[in-house]
Ligand binder design. Sequence first.
Ligand SMILES: [Ca+2]
Length: 364
Amino acid sequence: MRKYRHWAAAAAAVVVCLAGGTPANAEQRDDHCVADTATGVVRCFDSLDESLAAASAGEVGASATVISVLYENVNFGGASVAVTGSPCVEGTNQTVGFLGNWNDRISSFQTFYNCYITMYEHAEYQGERQEWYANDSGNYGSNMNDRGSSVVYSRGPSRAELLKDCGHATKTCNAHVDQRGQDFYGNWGRVDTVYNCSANKITQVIGKRDTRSGKNTVSNEISVSAGFEFLVDWSVAYKRTWGQEWGWETSESVETRIEVNPGYWAGLDRSPVMRVASGSYDMWYDKRKWGHNQWYVWNFSGEGPAPGVVGQTRTVGKKMTSDEKKKVCGKSAGLVRSAAGAQAESATAPAAPAVRVAQGSLHS
Ligand SMILES: [Ca+2]
């Protein structure tokens, strides 16, 4: 069952009433809607997958571009409304003057296509407001949870865009490492592998340099090798605050002496010590950027391999299968070193990062 209703347009605060009488927290049919900012058309579906598929296929309103999804519950749960429009560009706002059936119900959000979201407490952009970075997501904090009534999408900065300016386009840029998590052992990775293709037991030293990278919450594309200043600032601030070294990318040498039985392979695995911390940045621009001189980047967190720490190692090995033997040994009757060793299995499945709270002032 699909319904066509009218979305409250910017100027007229029309109450949208979709699938009326929906109890909170209950997933119901027609609970997942698409609202088009250009035409005001709203159409609802039974699941988020269906609504997103219809939106992306251009079946609702004038646009096939989903610029945002708003959710009834925290962590992107419950009923949803996918907002379609144009990619956000400077000087143009896309607006929802009244949230209709979702009024005072929104608890989490996602934004895409360079869209910066400003949620207002009342209809027609009145009352308190909560802004959040472009291309981001979060749960609303107590100031805006279940309170939002109107929304503006504009071309504001993403956290990655701000941080890329750090130390380059800024007068000052400071990292604040407020919270330090517990160090933990990271995933096992195979450092070196040898195959004994001979008929005798062989004793051998195996090992190599093992290079590991960290990650941050802002962007996977932002790596330490690309020379981003904010990653350096984070390391400096971590050392200053917590008295230990921080590494975004480290390379440690590990080796061990190992006995390999004939017809067996043997490997050395390493699980590095990983260091986690979270905090924020404040940045000053000489000239206004995105309309302001000072910007904050909240909810930054990083995970990096501890420099100078080997971590834990283990040796592993097994009898070669006939396929492995054929492939690796060929005509060799000695010890074969191969980069194409079996991958070590992960120590733990990576846990999904917790959804952060979108709260506080993003600029001054
Ligand atoms: Ca409200």
